[in-house]
Design a protein around this ligand. Structure first.
Ligand code: FEO
Length: 167
């Protein structure tokens, strides 16, 4: 059985994951209008991943006798400046999510809820991967700079990332 404190904290994370899904969906749509098909595919896939993160929390809360609450969400931005800025926003967003997961882990230890602590380890590992992937992409963008041909190759590269890795 979940304590009220843990239930509220997990419900807070449901909202964060759902908002992450919306932000990446908005990025996908923006990239698509700019003609970068690979980046758009990457962001659509990433948005789906975030929805899966949200659903996993929803089911866990309900399985443990709590009630997962589906709340309204903050609307994401419509445009994202440059591609570099967009991926920087993605990276910063993931760092924020990692911090929230760490805070949750901290609460489970204080509440001695070891089942939820164990459940959250999946998210801890996932965040390490997500941050590394975002950092990797940012490094590539920094190498390209303003080169248009480079951007075309980058778009293809990101498309490959989408088909080869779980985002
Ligand atoms: Fe669910 Fe990208 O954090």
């Amino acid at each position: 059985m979940l304590s009220q404190k843990i239930e509220e904290a997990l419900n807070g994370q449901i909202k964060i994951e759902a908002e992450s899904s919306q932000v990446y969906l908005a990025m996908a749509s923006w990239a698509e209008t700019k003609g970068l098909e690979g980046v758009a595919l990457f962001m659509y896939a990433h948005s789906d991943e975030e929805r899966m993160h949200m659903l996993k929390l929803t089911k866990f809360i309900n399985e443990r006798g709590g009630h997962a609450k589906i709340s309204s969400l903050v609307a994401p931005p419509v445009s994202f400046g440059s591609f570099k800025e967009m991926f920087q926003t993605l990276f910063d967003h993931e760092v924020m999510v990692s911090q929230k997961i760490n805070d949750l882990v901290d609460i489970t230890l204080k509440e001695k809820d070891y089942a939820t602590h164990n459940f959250l380890q999946w998210y801890v590992s996932e965040q390490i991967e997500e941050e590394a992937l975002a950092r990797n992409i940012l490094d590539k963008i920094n190498l390209i700079g303003d080169d248009k041909g480079g951007l075309y190759l980058f778009d293809n590269d990101v498309k490959m990332l989408t088909s080869n890795t779980a985002v």
